[in-house]
Ligand binder design. Structure first.
Ligand SMILES: [Zn+2]
Ligand SMILES: [Zn+2]
Length: 354
């Protein structure tokens, strides 16, 4: 595989500024790193928090893009190649890269690994995948099974990973009565995964008609349009006791619907990284035994191989989640589309062949 000297990348130019497509030198993989030829990156809501300056801005020239698939190109020095990969193999790149030996990692909570928190490709500390090539620690890459579409597999590493971990943290399994508030990319992935896990009923709540149509396709047993009136009574029709689990996927959770629709003794799970604040009467939590659980990302070493296997077995279909495909030079249009709620999930295609 011939590696060009110069590559195209979308560079971050500060809060409130559009990304800028520029030519930069091709990255060289350092010790323990691999070079990946990026196939696709997903357009994720977390990026908007960075673009809008809601979380600590990365330095100018930083490369966003944390939902990534590509082809492994070459190994840097002192790689151990734990997956037995060869150049040209398709991989998913995880934005959580656990150290494997800290307090959290050894307890199976590697999504809270402080080492990982300081080095998240496309989010913190490490350049991401909005580029034709990227260098990442080899522990970030996971092989994509044969037969899966490499481009849409990118969404495994954020939308599906986040949804899957959230459902697991809430104990969703066969017969769980589930409400999903917000069926954008993560919400739809959650509907599809909940269906694969045997949850019933699966009630999708949103204000966008097209999103709710999609939710039905993805396995929602009931869809509730919040613009049609009181969603709580509609949820109670499907779940008279209330929901065992409510997963609120909104980027800025308010928990309004969640607190009114979760059953006594039930669980609310949230994954949004927005700036919202939620006020809850303490007695309401206590009297109703409500568990509110935050969940960040996923446990890559467990969840990514499982998700790729589910996709290979046809239990989930990442390709179906993709509603829009953009060229690199359209990347700002892609983020605008996300802001306006037009996508289920959008991809930027950086390369079409290995
Ligand atoms: Zn994301
Ligand atoms: Zn760790």
């Amino acid at each position: 595989m011939k590696i060009p000297l110069k590559i195209r990348a979308a560079l971050y130019k500060g809060p409130g500024h559009p990304l800028e497509i520029s030519e930069i030198s091709s990255p060289t993989p350092g010790e323990g790193e691999v070079l990946v030829k990026v196939a696709a990156t997903g357009i994720c809501h977390s990026d908007l928090h960075i673009l809008d300056g809601e979380i600590i801005p990365p330095p100018e020239g930083f490369i966003l893009g944390h939902e990534i698939s590509g082809w492994l190109v070459e190994f840097g020095p002192r790689c151990e190649n734990p997956h037995g990969l060869s150049p040209g193999d398709p991989v998913v790149v995880s934005w959580i890269i656990p150290c494997g030996k800290c307090y959290w990692c050894v307890r199976g909570q590697e999504n809270y690994c402080p080492y990982a928190a300081a080095r998240m490709p496309g989010l913190v500390g490490l350049n991401g995948g909005h580029a034709e090539y990227m260098a990442v620690p080899e522990t970030a890459v996971y092989p994509i099974p044969k037969g899966l579409d490499i481009h849409s597999a990118a969404v495994i590493s954020c939308a599906y990973g986040t949804a899957y971990r959230a459902l697991k943290e809430a104990g969703v399994g066969p017969g769980t009565g589930l409400v999903i508030v917000g069926v954008g990319g993560v919400g739809l992935a959650a509907v599809e995964l909940a269906n694969a896990l045997g949850a019933r009923p699966i009630v999708a709540v949103d204000m966008r008609k097209t999103a709710l149509e999609k939710a039905k396709e993805f396995g929602a047993t009931h869809v509730i349009d919040t613009t049609d009136g009181d969603p709580i009574s509609a949820i109670r029709d499907a779940l008279p006791q209330g929901a065992d689990v409510v997963y609120e996927t909104k980027p800025n959770p308010d928990l309004k619907i969640a607190l009114e629709s979760v059953r006594r003794g039930g669980t609310i799970i949230v994954t949004g990284l927005g700036t919202s604040t939620v006020e809850i009467p303490a007695s309401h939590l206590v009297m109703n035994g409500i568990k509110i659980v935050g969940s960040l990302g996923y446990r890559p070493r467990v969840d990514i191989p499982e998700l790729l296997s589910l996709a290979a077995a046809g239990k989930i279909n990442p390709q179906r989640l993709i509603s829009h495909i953009y060229k690199p030079e359209e990347i700002n249009t892609a983020y605008e589309g996300l802001r306006q709620g037009r996508h289920t999930r959008a991809l930027v295609i950086w390369n079409t062949t290995p």
